[in-house]
Write a protein that binds this ligand. Structure first.
Ligand code: 4AD
Ligand code: MG
Length: 457
């Protein structure tokens, strides 16, 4: 269908005075004796286009004025009567698709929880239009950031036989029936599609390392899967994961890149989504624009795990789970550090090796690894990364301590056998980043069809 984007009609001054055609959905309808007003949206702009209907010269099918109906309007572009931009004086309004009154997305403000029950329709609200514009702009900015800096874009496999994070959170991939007649696990997997135990990847990192130790700088941007039984506002079973991996890089380099990337992404969203951010600032998180502007322009903090624990221990009375050296940081501790102590994003570094994955570089103290988590206010952990263990023997020892089979990781060990280099990288949870930029408090509200425990609508 030949038609013009509403964004162009609204804001392109050259359109004024021309006749054009727009298509969209009716978002509001106001009627009076002489004129009626239809507000249309077509997804190209956060603002709606006002269509003015002169009732003396044009009669409109009442169905074409119903909330949610889809229409095509021919008319003349004129400067808006109020405010900036343009509106459209209608010459013809054609109904494309009726929308009966039981349409559940009504004007009155509904709750996000109510809308979660209709993921296929909730996108037609202002909130979700704004969330998914930010998400789309951020995704483009991620590719731009790495492309401009010479990184290869790599696609790691989603089906894998190796558990990267080693936390036992892999979904199994199998073609065996639920009542497969085998007596042992071994027999089961031998008869399965791949002949070994396979699952959905929790991270593209291991393959990312393969590519980085050939191409230098790479990134992946794709789905990761976690079968963790955490029914929280920041966990999904399927999330999008940005994972750069860099050769000839140590932990400080990894931190520098993570900070630079995050600031670049925040700046892109500030520049490309001003209307959406104004909306979030008014209705979702007061002060959001100020927060993001501050993040785009100031340095993040860096603090070792040991120092962080010393700070937290003094506050143990306020926590549900008291902290001591060696314990994993809970969400309440992460939030306290970034929101109360540092009041800005903070990289926590050098965690005890027992609470981190097998592949992390072991520090000289014998107790900690060169890991870092980036914690941000409102969310907690948004990035997890590390320098990788490049020493073959140390890596083998770490695997042995965890009871891992060397056989399954032969290729990974080869990277340390043939021209091993210091290298590292990190993973950004894309949905958590979108939450951070929009102020949305539930990860299910920044995902088209969220998958979580007992939820696959
Ligand atoms: O900290 P994680 O588990 O680190 C890794 O997977 C590394 N292999 C990354 C790397 O070094 N290449 O996950 C990285 C990030 C987390 O900080 C979080 O933002 C996000 O991925 N994440 C999740 N997001 C939503 N739902 C979940 N269940 C998530 N699990 C991790
Ligand atoms: Mg982590």
């Amino acid at each position: 269908m030949k038609h013009t984007d509403i964004k162009k009609v609204l804001f392109d001054a050259d359109m004024v005075g021309t006749d054009t055609v727009v298509c969209g959905w009716v978002r509001t309808f106001r009627d009076s004796a002489q004129v009626a007003f239809l507000e249309l949206s077509d997804g190209t702009a956060f603002q709606k286009l006002q269509v003015v209907i002169d009732k003396n010269s044009l009669s409109v099918d009442p169905e074409a004025t119903k909330l949610g109906a889809s229409v095509c309007v021919k008319g003349t572009v004129v400067p808006a009567f109020r405010g900036t931009g343009s509106e459209l004086n209608a010459k013809e309004v054609i109904l494309l698709g009726k929308c009966p009154p039981e349409y559940p997305i009504q004007k009155k403000r509904t709750t996000l929880e109510f809308l979660r029950g209709m993921p296929h329709l909730r996108l037609r609200t202002n909130t979700f239009a704004a969330v998914f514009r930010v998400r789309s702009v951020a995704a483009q900015a991620i590719h731009r950031y790495f492309h401009e800096r010479g990184y290869y874009y790599i696609n790691a496999p989603l089906i894998t036989a190796s558990d990267c994070e080693g936390a036992g959170e892999m979904f199994r991939v199998t073609t065996q029936p639920w009542n497969a007649p085998y007596k042992t696990e071994e027999e089961y997997y031998k008869n399965d599609f791949f002949g070994v135990k396979a699952g959905l990847s929790v991270s593209g990192q291991l393959e990312g390392e393969v590519a980085a130790t050939a191409f230098g700088k790479i990134y992946t941007f794709g789905p990761s899967f976690r079968a963790e039984n955490s029914n929280t506002t920041r966990h999904l079973a399927e999330f999008w994961h940005v994972e750069p991996e860099i050769a000839f890089a140590e932990l400080p380099d990894v931190i520098e890149i993570a900070e630079d990337m995050l600031r670049y992404l925040v700046r892109a969203v500030l520049e490309e989504c001003p209307e959406e951010l104004k909306f979030f600032d008014s209705f979702v998180e007061k002060g959001l624009i100020e927060k993001l502007t501050h993040v785009a322009n100031s340095d993040f903090a860096v603090c070792s795990y040991s120092d962080a624990v010393a700070l937290l221990e003094k506050e143990n009375a306020r926590f549900e789970f008291p902290v001591h050296w060696g314990s994993d940081l809970q969400s309440e501790h992460e939030k306290f550090l970034t929101e109360v102590v540092f009041k800005r994003p903070v990289f926590v570094t050098d965690y005890p090796k027992e609470i981190k994955a097998f592949y992390m570089k072991q520090n000289a103290d014998g107790k900690t690894v060169a890991a870092t988590d980036l914690l941000v206010p409102g969310i907690g952990e948004i990035i997890g990364g590390s320098e990788r263990e490049a020493d073959l023997e140390k890596l083998r020892t770490a695997m042995k301590e965890r009871g891992m089979s060397e056989d399954a990781y032969r290729q990974y060990l080869d990277l340390r056998r043939f021209g091993s280099v210091p290298h590292g990288g990190f993973g950004l949870g894309f949905e958590r980043f979108v939450m951070y930029c929009t102020g949305m408090e539930n990860i299910r509200d920044v995902t088209l069809f969220p998958r979580s425990v007992k939820n696959i609508m």
